[in-house]
Design a binder for this molecule. Structure first.
Ligand code: NAD
Length: 328
């Protein structure tokens, strides 16, 4: 099938080209993000392949439909950036990659926790500069701490299992509690109880209307002083202004973010010669107890290979008029 592949990075091209040997699709790699202007680059491709920071709102979908597109193949699990109502009305089919190595993101959340807690990033720089002092590098044992997991789907469950291995007490909140988590000793509690009891809180629920700003000023007020917060899920789960207030009040001890509310205009791009226009983001970066990374939790060889395989398989199923396993 002919595919217009938007938002191409060198690693996308490499992995999709090699995986495509087994599928034989005709892929047209396009570097820019998908938006109302770049949608004009679609020629006769029936499929558009897009990533999480591409625009798939009603006007873009209308234009794609007008240009003959039938299928939107997301190379991501998250689909909060797609206007699904508009897609349905226009008769556009949307498929995604619901699962690809949950370990990649779960292990990354643990990585953020370990780096920040033991100040590994500061230690690395100090030793390179010949500073062998350890003042200011003191962390805490994770063993015996209470870890609160919000959302115990595939990633939350993998994260909970690692935390159980650390010897932490793991509590969780989910609208659909997982039997696997219960079997490993995870205790389900209300959100308020989770906020009140957790030393470390990790977000693994999807972004939806009901979870938008699930961590806001009221939630932070209910947390323990010195709480560690990890967000490897979606930026808009956190109210960043409330987080900044929580950091200034010293209520939040550490916060590790792989995602940010307004990441679409920055993440995945090299903007090192530009200034940061987002004042809230710039303020966030001034705190020594904040670590922000650029949405890289998914980025392991295994996860990327699995994303390519599933995306191309989803497109093959559509082309062959087979039942679509991963339609939204
Ligand atoms: P999943 O669908 O397996 O699990 C999501 C869980 O959240 C489910 O158990 C669901 O019941 C629960 N949930 C839904 N609404 C909730 C609510 N209101 N409160 C609490 N829990 C709720 O998804 P997953 O594969 O585990 O992925 C989780 C999220 O991680 C994705 O939605 C995506 O946004 C994010 N993600 C980020 C990266 C990254 O690179 N940073 C990579 C992959 C996924």
């Amino acid at each position: 099938m002919k595919i217009a592949f938007f938002n191409t990075k060198s690693y996308d091209r490499e992995i999709f080209e090699s995986t495509n040997h087994a599928f034989g699709h005709d892929i047209h790699f396009i570097e820019p993000h998908l938006n109302l202007v770049t949608a004009q680059l679609v020629q006769d491709e029936k499929c558009v392949c897009a990533f999480i920071n591409d625009t798939l709102d009603r006007p873009v979908l209308e234009l794609l439909k007008h240009r003959g597109v039938e299928l939107i193949a997301l190379r991501s699990a998250g689909f909060n950036h797609v206007d699904l109502d508009a897609a349905k009305e226009l008769g556009l089919v949307v498929v995604r990659v619901p699962a690809y190595s949950p370990y990649a993101t779960a292990e990354y959340a643990v990585g953020l926790l370990m780096v920040m807690n033991r100040r590994l990033h500061r230690a690395f720089n100090r030793v390179r500069e010949g500073d062998f002092s350890i003042n200011g590098l003191m962390g805490f044992d994770i063993h015996g701490k209470t870890v609160g997991v919000i959302g115990t789907g595939k990633i939350g469950q993998a994260f909970a299992s690692i935390m159980v291995g650390f010897g932490s007490r793991v509590i969780a909140y989910d609208v659909y509690p997982s039997p696997e988590c219960k079997a490993m000793g995870v205790e389900y509690v209300s959100l308020d109880e989770l906020y009140a009891q957790s030393d470390i809180i990790s977000l693994h629920c999807p972004l939806m209307e009901s979870t938008h700003h699930i961590i806001d000023a009221q939630a932070i007020a209910k947390m323990k002083t010195g709480v560690t917060i990890l967000n490897t899920s979606r930026g808009r789960l956190l109210d960043t202004r409330a987080v900044i207030a929580g950091l200034k009040d010293r209520k939040i001890g550490l916060i590790g973010l792989d995602v940010y509310e307004e990441e679409e205009s920055m993440f995945f791009e090299d903007l090192s010669d530009d200034m940061i226009e987002d004042d809230v983001f710039a303020r966030l970066l001034t705190f020594p107890n904040v670590m922000v990374t650029s949405h890289q939790a998914f980025f392991t060889r295994e996860a990327v290979a699995s994303i390519a395989e599933s995306t191309l398989q989803n497109i093959r199923q559509y082309e062959n008029k087979e039942p679509l396993e991963n339609a939204i």
